[in-house]
Design a protein around this ligand. Structure first.
Ligand SMILES: Nc1ncnc2c1ncn2[C@@H]1O[C@H](COP(=O)(O)OP(=O)(O)O)[C@@H](O)[C@H]1O
Ligand SMILES: [Mg+2]
Length: 328
């Protein structure tokens, strides 16, 4: 056993050299390449990037819903890539995922009572139906719904309410860690804000650690302590959200940020428009994967895969060989 002080400073989740390759009929898809980052206990970390950058694959690898090709997923000191089925089941109780569209993961013929009840039964929570009902009613209240909703079917709810039910189901097993994969992306802005506030409340109240996946950077900026920016399966930039949003160092992050309506245009600097589409992961560019769309590209960018280097503060890194010239 390590001393308590050391245990507290250990991140709840450590992703190390995570690589995922899909073999498809069209060829080999490099979905993630040597991705490493930590999620400190009780924090919310934002994972952002355009569609196809590998966010969902990463979120699913972390729960081992997708088998990583290489790398470690260390959760509370245990590398879950090494666990057998039994060890994994025990670990899964501690980690839950909620999706963009919870509707597709609900059985339409089940009432909310059964949807939540199933999760409780799967993990041996509640001694009988009555106890499970009470737990489910409490969970609905915790996510801002009413116990009356227990007897309703999924189609009777709005998108925001369905997200709340998905959250109640995830919370049923009292997880420590939650992956929210584009959980608010399909909702109206006002409903988004309500769900984001709820996530924040839950983090504070339950001490949850959250990996929050989004393509909308403005949402992450407001919500997350730290941010990881993914591009074509590689980390472009990561660190404290305040540093990244205040002074983005990687040309990709700068372009992403200037594509959202600025609250404070002065802070965003000059507008850099991201040209073209994300290249096919079947044949990614050599060297820096971003070079084909980068406004600051030089010949050497095709030769070397840039390593993550510290920008200004300790907890801010960017993978760009020009990071020093661009951030003087
Ligand atoms: N099961 C799969 N089989 C083959 N390719 C996949 C599979 N899942 C994802 N991919 C590919 O991996 C890349 C990353 O996808 P994904 O993780 O869904 O990105 P994001 O969530 O950022 O949009 C994409 O090129 C996607 O087509
Ligand atoms: Mg996705």
């Amino acid at each position: 056993m390590k001393p308590a002080s050391l245990q507290d400073s250990e991140p709840l989740l450590r992703v190390e050299g995570l690589t995922k390759v899909f073999h498809t009929s069209a060829g080999t898809v490099q979905a993630l390449s040597e991705v490493s980052f930590d999620v400190p206990r009780g924090s919310m970390l934002g994972l952002v990037g355009e569609s196809g950058s590998g966010k969902t694959t990463l979120g699913r690898c972390v729960l081992r819903l997708v088998e990583p090709t290489a790398g470690k997923i260390v959760f509370d000191g245990t590398d879950i890539t090494k666990l057998d089925a039994r060890g994994l089941k025990a670990m899964r109780k501690r980690m839950q995922i909620i999706f963009q569209d919870p509707y597709s993961s609900f059985n339409p013929r089940m009432r909310v009572r059964q949807i939540i009840g199933e999760a409780l039964i799967a993990h041996g929570i509640g001694r009988n139906r009555r106890e499970r009902n009470d737990i489910a009613a409490g969970l609905l209240q915790e996510v801002g719904l009413s116990p009356d909703h227990l007897s309703r079917f999924p189609h009777e709810f709005s998108g925001g309410q369905r997200q709340r039910i998905g959250l109640a189901r995830a919370l049923a097993v009292e997880p420590e860690f939650l992956v929210a994969d584009e959980s608010v992306s399909a909702l109206d802005v006002s409903v988004q804000a309500q769900i984001l506030n709820l996530l924040q409340d839950l983090r504070d109240r339950r001490g949850l650690t959250i990996l929050f996946i989004a393509h909308d950077l403005s949402v992450v900026e407001y919500l997350c302590d730290e941010t990881v920016v993914l591009y074509l399966g590689r980390i472009a930039e990561l660190g404290d959200s305040a540093a990244i949003y205040g002074a983005p160092a990687h040309p990709y992050t700068r372009a992403l940020l200037s594509s959202i309506p600025a609250i404070d245009p002065a802070r965003r600097g000059t507008r850099e428009v991201l040209a073209g589409d994300i290249p096919s992961p079947l044949s990614p560019p050599s060297g820096c994967v971003f070079r084909t769309r980068c406004p600051n590209v030089i010949a050497r960018c095709g030769d070397v895969v840039p390593a993550l280097e510290t920008v200004r503060t300790a907890n801010h890194k960017a993978a760009c060989i020009r990071v020093a010239d661009l951030n003087v």
